[in-house]
Ligand binder design. Structure first.
Ligand SMILES: Cc1cc2nc3c(=O)[nH]c(=O)nc-3n(C[C@H](O)[C@H](O)[C@H](O)COP(=O)(O)O)c2cc1C
Length: 353
């Protein structure tokens, strides 16, 4: 059962976090507090964005976009948020034994706007789950905390709700951020992704460790391809040579090696001689050793490439066209960030080192 503490006369005049300021009306410098400036100053505190929902005794579903959410205690697990006393949903939130806090992802900005509209029919067309105390649960949020209301405090023109978390879940997703009165996104500072996912003392890492994800995705897409090399009668190094020459035929030996450096499979001159012997490539007599694909080399590569296509389709199944384009963009940035010195074959000029 929720406990309500009514404000004392003096407390109601005092801003909660400036109680050392006489009667809450003056700043340290003694100037009157301008509400707009105060709001702007508070807006400098970047927060996540949540939607808090509840259900009234007659099954009335309410929800509001809330950035005043915060953690309170780990043991027992408790969280808080505050609601404007003028909110139309106030009486339902106050009557409800439970509430649920949904932490929004970057993709849920529209949902945040919908639940910030006063009194609107906010749940129309939304598929909701049924939570503790019949509280409506929104889907696809970054996190959801189902809480039992434990305390309600007066907080000036807001009511502060403190809840004990009974159930929670989360997914990995980019969070929606609110800063300076506008929606924003969070950008990780370098190293932050690793700091968050790895416990350096024990060496344990969590499922969000990006190096693990990248390596696993690489192995799971590359190994089935490598199995095709045997069937096609070529070595791994020959596969890389053929793929480069398919894009840029006639590369000199040194350029080919430079372009294949990142694979750890740059060919030796003996490798190239073996490929010439098996009719996969030929050396131009007149052009300072430029290496050319033969028809047989191209056909061999194309057979392996069709497997490559199947692996890529499987790997990206369920992705929207936009996600595929975004994913490609992210991978290009990873490639740029990790080895910007390796030229790419599409733009490589022979005078480049
Ligand atoms: C990003 C954002 C954060 C908000 N945070 C709060 C909050 O912490 N407390 C609050 O009472 N209202 C907050 N609001 C405003 C409420 O979402 C809004 O007043 C809502 O319409 C209240 O719903 P109701 O009047 O239908 O109950 C926020 C709005 C936005 C856009």
């Amino acid at each position: 059962m929720a406990e309500t503490s009514e404000p004392s006369a003096s407390a109601s005049k005092t801003l909660p976090w400036t109680s050392d300021v006489p009667d809450g009306r003056t700043s340290e410098q003694g100037s009157a507090i301008d509400p707009r400036a105060f709001r702007n100053a508070l807006g400098q505190f970047a927060t996540g964005v949540t939607i808090v929902t509840a259900c009234g005794p007659q099954g009335e579903r309410v929800g509001a976009t809330v950035s005043s959410f915060n953690s309170v205690s780990l043991d027992p697990p408790m969280v808080l948020w505050s609601l404007d006393k003028r909110a139309m949903s106030r009486s339902i939130f106050e009557a409800s034994s439970h509430f649920a806090v949904h932490v929004l992802t970057l993709e849920q900005q529209e949902l945040a706007q919908r639940f910030a509209r006063r009194g609107a029919e906010k749940f129309e067309g939304l598929q909701c789950g049924d939570g503790l105390g019949n509280v409506p649960l929104l889907t696809d949020c970054a996190a959801c905390f189902e809480c039992e209301t434990r305390h309600r405090y007066d907080g000036g023109d807001h009511v502060i709700f403190v809840g004990e978390v009974r159930r929670f879940k989360h997914i990995t997703g980019a969070p929606l951020v609110f800063h300076g009165g506008a929606f924003a996104e969070a950008r990780l500072l370098s190293g932050a992704a690793i700091d968050a996912a790895v416990d350096e003392a024990t060496g344990r890492f969590g499922p969000d460790f990006l190096c693990y994800l990248l390596a696993r995705a690489h192995f799971q897409t590359y190994r089935p391809l490598a199995a095709e090399f045997d069937r096609a009668g070529i070595t791994e190094t020959e596969y890389f040579v053929l793929s480069m020459l398919c894009i840029r035929d006639g590369l000199p030996y040194t350029a080919l090696c430079r372009l294949l450096e990142h694979t750890g499979h740059a060919p030796t001159r003996v490798d190239i001689a073996a490929m010439v012997g098996r009719g996969l490539v030929r050396l131009a007599a007149d052009e300072n050793g430029a290496i050319h694909l033969t028809d047989s080399g191209r056909r061999t590569y194309i057979v392996v490439l069709s497997t490559d296509g199947r692996i890529a389709s499987k790997a990206l199944s369920g992705f929207s066209a936009r996600e595929v384009a975004e994913f490609g963009g992210y991978l290009r940035r990873v490639i740029q960030n990790t080895n910007a010195d390796t030229p790419d074959v599409w733009t490589y000029r022979q005078d480049q080192t």
